[in-house]
Each structure stands twice: as C-alpha cells, then as structure tokens.
Design a binder for this molecule. Sequence first.
Ligand code: ATP
Ligand code: MG
Length: 369
Amino acid sequence: MKPRILVVDDDEQNQVLLSVKLEREGFEVEKAANGVEALEKADTFKPDLVLMDVMMPMMDGYEALRRLKSREETRYIPVVMLTGRTEIESKVLGFEVGAEDYISKPYSLQEVAARVKSLLRMRALQTKLRETEKMAALGEMVDGIAHEIRNPLMAIGGMARRLYEHEEDEQHKGYAQRIIKYVERLERMLLRIDEYKTILVSTLSRDDINRVVKGAVIDIKEIIDGTGKDISIEASLMPEPPPIDMDAGNLRIALFNILHNSVEAIEKKGGIRIETYPLDARTLALKITDTGAGISQDEIRKTGISQDEIRKIFNPFQTSKFEGAGMGLTISYRIIQDHGAEIEVESEKGRGTTVLIKFHPAQKAQVKA
Ligand SMILES: Nc1ncnc2c1ncn2[C@@H]1O[C@H](COP(=O)(O)OP(=O)(O)OP(=O)(O)O)[C@@H](O)[C@H]1O
Ligand SMILES: [Mg+2]
C-alpha cells in the first residue's frame, strides 16, 4: 500500500504543486483547505503523515495540530508544519504543540519530499522497534512461566505414572491415564515455546523460493506417510522466480507448519496444492490450498468465516486440537513478518482452506509474468 499524505493548505496553487510532487514520488495524496477539513480528512483518509500550512481561514494550522495531537486516534500521525519566514516564533510554537518537523517557506518541493520520506522511515523504524521490544518482553514472560511450570509438571507426570502402574482399580487407573495425557499435552506446549524462542531471529540472504517449497514438501511427505492418510501433494512452481531476501531455514519451518495444519485438517483423503506465481510487478505469491475441514469451529454456521476469527488462529495457544499447542501459525506469522511479507487466509467449512503469502522481492529483481 502506498503511504498516505494529507496536504493542508488554503492556497490552491500550493496544494496542487505539493500533491503532484508527492504523487510522483509514490505517495497517495488527499487535500484539505483548512483546519476543520484537515480534522475530518484525518479521520476518513487516515494519513500516515500530515503537511500543514499555518495561516488558514476557519481554523488555523496550530489549532488543527493541537486537536490532532489531543486525540488518541490521530495523536501518532506525524505532522510537518509549513511556516512562513516571518513566523519564526511560530516554529517554536509548533514544536510545543507537538509538530514533528517544520519547513520554512519558501520551500523547495524536493526538500519537502525528502523530509517526508525521512520522517516516514523514522516512524517505521520506531514502530518496528516498539514491536520488537514488546515481543522480547512477552517472550521473557512466557519463558519465565514455562520455567516455573516445567519441574512441577514433571513431578505430576512421574507420580501419575506410578499410580497408573500400581493401581488395581480400573476407574482410578483411568483417572491416572487422563492425568498423564494432559501432562503430555502441556509438555508438548513447553517444547513448542522453546522452539519459538530459537526461531525468533531471521537472518536474510538472497535465495530461491522454489527451493524452500521443495524442501518443505519433502518434510511434509514424511509426515503424511506416518499418518496413513491418503493425501496427494501437488506443486506448481513458476520457472526462475525472482530471488527473495530470506532465511531459508526459518521459511521452511513456516511453510511446514502451514502444510502440517493442512494435513491435520484432512480427515482421511484429500489434496494439498502449493503454487508460486507472480501476483503483480512487485509481488511474488506463494499459495497453499487444502481440501480439509476448514477453519470455522462454529458448528451452527455452515459457511464463511470472518477475518476476525481468522486473525485469532495466529495467536499463541489458539488451537482446536487436543494434541495441538496452538503455536504453529504464531511461529509462521512471526517468520513471514520478518521477511516483510504478508499472509492472508481464507477458509470455508467443509471445503478447505487457502493460505496466501505475498513476498516483495528486492526492487531490482522485478517479478516477471
Ligand atoms: N489448514 C487449516 N484447516 C483447518 N483449520 C486450520 C488450518 N490451519 C489452521 N487451522 C486452525 O487454526 C488453529 C491454530 O493453528 P496452529 O498451527 O497455530 O496451532 P495447532 O495446529 O493447533 O497446534 P501446533 O501447530 O502448535 O501443533 C488450529 O488449531 C486449527 O483450528
Ligand atoms: Mg499447527
């Protein structure tokens, strides 16, 4: 998606000059002629950055800035004030109210574009850093809990096994067996948490996506053989795909987790299809389709699943399986994000599930149809 810029200026000529320049630089631009309009457009257009003139009728730039910064929904949108030479004082005022940057008039369009780009870059880095910090904190917490649970869990499991071995009463034996099964389930979860920790960092280097697909197919065939299910695997790979910056090992794990879900979703007999193909000039698609049970766990509704429900499957510990830890897709999502790629899921109860991953190869390596 193109970054969105809201240009706020009452001078129509300025508006046009700025928008044409920014559009040419690859931004999506919306215009507003005063502060009131700017606030409205901030809600509807949801800009990534606002360029704001100071002197405007109805509501001036400072008032609009103040209001943008006082509302939670718009507070984090960077604002660049366009100030006249005589408004030196006002620069200071702009910073006090919370403008991210200012540009003095008369400005060169080149300079405006450059500043916009650098601010957006900085903002993206900040967001990424915040997310990384959040993940690290979460990881530490989960790790701490896992550590505390491990020893008591082993003790419970050990004692339940002894009870099971020495108990004569069939009913009590059954209880002990249930405890053992649940303990094993929790142990699997702890193993998956360890796994999650080890894959957190992706180191990227240029590689061939088809190679990774072939590797994951080998892995999953082994799994299929072990289940005794009748599942066909079909791969349709585009010739000479553009190289992608990837961590081939991690990506193979991500793909394996997705394929594994497909295998689990197919009860006895079915098919899995894997395709790589160019989606558009800048996007390489990797699509996995299965003829499994579909994702909806809602027994009442027969078809369709909302995107909200779908998003949940990427959360940790979200599972519909007794044997599952609910970590497979959490791990895959994390890895795919590290590749700057996007993942989309569609599913229909009883018919199957499609997972689409969109990669963006390096600029020079354009995707050829
Ligand atoms: N292809 C699919 N078909 C049907 N349901 C799916 C599919 N992929 C995911 N799901 C649903 O999403 C849930 C979460 O998947 P995820 O891989 O994260 O965990 P899991 O498979 O339950 O456990 P784990 O992968 O850790 O062993 C699954 O339990 C399942 O309900
Ligand atoms: Mg899984």
